[in-house]
Design a protein around this ligand. Structure first.
Ligand code: ATP
Ligand code: MG
Ligand code: FE
Length: 348
């Protein structure tokens, strides 16, 4: 089964072709980062309009890359939520229309299930069951995964998501949007141990997170060391970036270990933009090796938003017989625990 995958939930237009037997055949991504950079964050209406401009050319591009034509497409998967409503509608309307025009089924995919399943596109995919840490721009969640669609929420952030905290801390250090990867690069120049940032909510039981205090701590540190231009010197900025990244990574590691112990599991999947963070991967690998557990993640480009994860997730659900009606429905807010498993009733 050849599935065309479409992702438009935020500021990336992602398109891919995934074949159930042959694997990923082609993918293409257009990032709107430059468009939103001057505003310091995503402007929803600009995002929707840009998805309209880029989506169909990207569909043509992946077909050409795979030397296939529209007639070869057996089904269409598009992101149905959560995300920006206008951006979602572009992908959903286009995806649904392509499917109707071709007379093939369509499936609306949960964006976070897409992230969660992205590591399965790699050579050694994680075996079920596992614990998943979803760490992205909008989510920080620990989830017990028994099988595809069988999710139990173990804990989540009570305020900012990890990626959001990275982006906000980066802004305080005068780094351009989206600052997460830039802060991570800056942290490499930082001196270990100069600043010690708190590890929020780690001294009490439970699996929830909170990153807003860390954000305030960062702001206070920046302000305290600021020179006349409002920023600390370059080395101090790097030292702050280093301390911030260590604190976020350690906090995530502590809770991941706790979740694995609680569930009696030995496999951890990390997914979403922050799972691209090298320091987090190193720390998790070291900590999990000590407990005989293993961490799985996607290649860098499939940690952040992409069409491949949507094509893959959609394919799994389509193979199980699920599909959408002709109605175009998007869900800007959509808890992943509401999803049905593969053996359960067909999608709404
Ligand atoms: P969601 O998936 O929750 O709807 P999103 O789609 O905006 O949110 P992603 O695309 O999964 O989020 O990830 C983007 C986030 O990941 C941004 O906050 C970005 O700063 C962060 N990020 C990406 N790479 C890194 C990195 N190497 N280190 C830290 N953060 C990173
Ligand atoms: Mg994005
Ligand atoms: Fe995402």
């Amino acid at each position: 089964m050849l599935v065309l995958g479409i992702e438009t939930s935020c500021d990336e237009t992602g398109v891919a072709l995934y074949h159930s037997e042959q694997g990923l055949l082609a993918h293409a991504l257009y990032s709107q980062i430059a468009l939103h950079a001057e505003y310091g964050g995503v402007v929803p209406e600009l995002a929707s309009r840009d998805h309209i401009r880029k989506l169909l050319p990207l569909v043509d591009e992946v077909l050409e890359k795979a030397s296939l034509s529209k007639a070869d497409i057996d089904a269409v998967a598009y992101t149905k939520g959560p995300g920006l409503i206008g951006a979602l509608l572009v992908g959903a309307c286009t995806g649904r229309a392509i499917a109707m025009g071709l007379g093939v089924p369509a499936i609306g995919v949960h964006h976070m299930e897409g992230h969660l399943l992205a590591p399965q596109l790699e050579d050694s995919p994680p075996p079920y069951p596992f614990v998943a840490l979803l760490v992205s721009g909008g989510h920080t969640q620990l989830i017990e995964v028994q099988a595809l669609g069988e999710y139990t929420l173990l804990g989540e952030s009570l305020d900012d998501a990890a990626g959001e905290a990275f982006d906000k801390a980066a802004k305080m250090l005068d780094l351009d949007y989206p600052g997460g990867p830039r802060l991570a690069a800056m942290a490499e120049q930082g001196e270990a141990g100069r600043f010690k940032f708190p590890r929020p909510m780690c001294d009490r039981p439970g699996l929830d997170f909170s990153f807003s205090g860390l954000k305030t701590f960062t702001l206070n540190t920046v302000t305290k060391h600021a020179l006349d231009d409002g920023l600390p010197d370059d080395q101090t900025c790097a030292d702050i970036a280093h301390a911030f990244q260590e604190a976020v990574a350690d906090t995530l590691v502590i809770k991941c270990r706790r979740a694995l112990e609680q569930c009696g599991m030995k496999s951890l999947v990390i997914a979403g933009g922050v799972s691209a963070n090298t320091r987090l991967r190193q720390k998790l690998e070291a900590a999990l090796a000590k407990m005989g557990a293993k961490v799985f993640y996607a290649r860098h480009e499939f940690c952040t938003d992409n069409g491949a994860m949507i094509a893959y997730a959609g394919c799994q659900r389509l193979l199980a017989g699920q599909s959408e009606t002709l109605a175009v429905e998007v869900r800007p807010r959509w808890p992943m625990t509401e999803l049905a498993g593969l053996s359960t009733a067909k999608a709404e």
